[in-house]
Each structure stands twice: as C-alpha cells, then as structure tokens.
Design a protein around this ligand. Structure first.
Ligand SMILES: CC(C)(COP(=O)(O)OP(=O)(O)OC[C@H]1O[C@@H](n2cnc3c(N)ncnc32)[C@H](O)[C@@H]1OP(=O)(O)O)[C@@H](O)C(=O)NCCC(=O)NCCS
Length: 152
C-alpha cells in the first residue's frame, strides 16, 4: 500500500466525501445510533453540503494510491467531520489526519485542540491523547467534548 498524503478540499471532492461519509454512517456508526438518526445524518452530508462547509471551515482530504481514504475539517482548534473509509479503518489514517490539523492549529498559537465525538468516535480520540471535558447534546444526539493540549 502506498503512502498517505493530505491535501486541502477541492469543490469536486464533494461527491466522493459525501459517499465516504454515508458509507461510514451506514456500516459503522449505525451500530451505535438508531436508524432514524443515521438516515438524518446521511441526508445532511450531501455533496453540496460539503461544498458549503468548504467555504466555512478548512476541510482536509487523505489520499492513498490516488484514492480518497479519509477526511477531517477544522475551524481554528475545533475539529469536525472526521471520517475514514471503512476498508481502511485501524490503519493509522485517522491519527495521521488529526496530527496534521493539530500541527496547523499549534502553528497558529492554539493551546489545545477540541473535538466533539460521537459514541463511535469516542474511543478513537481517547486512544490518540484526547481527554473528556464534558458531554453535550446536539441535533445528532450525544456528543463527547474532548481536548488535547498542543504544547510547543
Ligand atoms: C473513528 C475513525 C475516524 C478512526 O479512524 P482510523 O483511521 O480507523 O483510526 P486509526 O487507525 O488512526 O486509529 C488510531 C488508534 O485508535 C484506535 N481506534 C480507532 N478507532 C477506535 C475506536 N472506535 N475505539 C477505540 N480505539 C479506536 C486504533 O486501534 C489505533 O490504535 P493504536 O494506537 O493501538 O494503533 C474511523 O474509525 C471512522 O471513520 N469511524 C466512523 C466515523 C466516525 O465515527 N467518525 C468519528 C466521528 S466523531
């Protein structure tokens, strides 16, 4: 398997990222959430929604062998929409994407990174150095807020 590279989102990625997120939601997150909520999330993450998000936040795309295998986005030190192709789970792509945006946030002077984790993503963030801060409620159910210090 080739090297993983990370690049900024381009509007033409909308379709690919929408399909990747829908696959994650249906194949992985559906183990933790009711079908009604999964349907609502799938309907939310359309190609156009990604293009809109691309103008509000910085979206990053991970590629391997010319294929999109993951995405994450950030607004300053806040993390959003972290998804890795289910076929590539456990291969270090999620950690790689997080380290990429943490480095960028650190270079901007942020003291810590903050993420809102689904039930599904909670163990991942804890594994890569994030610690629980609080629990909040969102339109898509319970969210674990976690932080990781960005020491310089
Ligand atoms: C959560 C997700 C982004 C992780 O991406 P990934 O590329 O599979 O993660 P990595 O391979 O970089 O994992 C890093 C470490 O966390 C561990 N890990 C990954 N997912 C985990 C989970 N759900 N629970 C506990 N540990 C997890 C890995 O085993 C690895 O451990 P290691 O240090 O022993 O090697 C991915 O599983 C995914 O897309 N899930 C579905 C969508 C989702 O829930 N996104 C998060 C929304 S908050």
């Amino acid at each position: 398997m080739g090297e993983v590279t990370i690049r900024p989102f381009r509007p033409e990625d909308g379709e690919t990222l929408s399909a990747l997120v829908v696959r994650c939601l249906r194949e992985v997150n559906s183990r933790d959430y009711p079908a009604e909520l999964i349907d609502r999330m799938c309907a939310h993450f359309t190609p156009d929604r990604f293009r809109e998000l691309g103008s509000e936040r910085r979206i990053y795309v991970a590629q391997r062998d010319g294929r999109v295998v993951g995405t994450v986005s950030r607004d300053g030190n806040k993390v959003y929409t972290m998804f890795v192709d289910p076929d590539a789970h456990g291969g270090g792509i999620g950690r790689r994407l997080m380290r990429h945006i943490e480095d960028l946030a650190r270079a901007e002077g942020h003291e810590f990174m903050e993420t809102g984790a689904s039930i599904t993503g909670h163990g991942f963030y804890r594994r890569i150095g994030y610690r629980d801060v609080r629990v909040s409620d969102t339109e898509f159910g319970i969210n674990h807020i976690l932080r990781r210090p960005l020491r310089r």
